[in-house]
Write a protein that binds this ligand. Sequence first.
Ligand code: PLP
Length: 234
Amino acid sequence: MIKEIINKLQSELPATVKLVAVSKFHPFEAIEEAYEAGQRIFGESRPQELLAKVKRLEEIRAEKDDPDYMSDIEWHFIGHLQTNKLKMVLPYASLIQSVDSVRLLEAINNWGRANNKVLNVLLECFISSDETKQGLSRQEVLDIISSSCRYDFIHISGVMGMATYTDDEQIIRADFQRLKEISDTMREHISKGGKRGSDCREISMGMSDDYHIAIEMGSTMIRVGSMIFGERKY
Ligand SMILES: *Cc1c(COP(=O)(O)O)cnc(C)c1O
C-alpha cells in the first residue's frame, strides 16, 4: 500500500518538487516500507519521536551488522521546536522546516556555533487565517534576511507555510499565494546584498489535502503524511 502510493506520488510530481513523507505517529516499519519504494526524506514533528526513530535505525544497523543500512535517509523537522530540545533534533535533521521565531533562530545559531555545525532551516511563515497556527510575519522574515549576516551558523534555504484548514479552495490558494510572495520578496532582498550563499529557493507548502494547489502556486517541497501512511492515531 505505502509503496504504491509513494510510487504514484513520485511519478506525478514535477521534477522541481520534492516529496517529504511525514511519518509522525507511524512506526519505523512504515518508514522502512516507504524507503524501499525509493522515498528518502521523512518529516517528523516531535523531538522525542524523531530521536526514538534515529535510535531505532541505529539498533537495526547493529542487528543487521550493516552500518550503511538506509544511510541516505534524511530527516526533516517540521514541528514546533522548543529551545530546550535542540540537542534532540539538530544533530540528526538535515533541514529544520519550522523556525517560527527570531528567538529560536538565535538559539539554533548558538547551538551551531557551539557544535561547529551549519544548520539548514526554513522560515515558517504565518499565512493562514487560523489563529492557532504559528509563524513569522512577512516583515519579520524580511528583518531576518536583512540581518542574516549575524547568523553565521545558519543557512536559510527558504520558507514554509500551512494554509487555512478549510474546504474552500480560494482561501487555500490565497494563503499559498502569500507564501510565494514572501519568498519572491525575500529573494529580491537577498540579490540586493543579503548573505551570499543563501539562495532561499525552497517553498515548502502543500499537505495531503492541498498539495495539488500548492504545486500550482509554486511549491518546491510538499509534506504528505496521512495520504501515504493512513490516518494518525494520536
Ligand atoms: C502533520 C503535518 C503534515 C502532514 O499532514 P497530512 O495532512 O497528514 O499530509 C505536513 N506539515 C506539517 C507541518 C505537519 O505537522
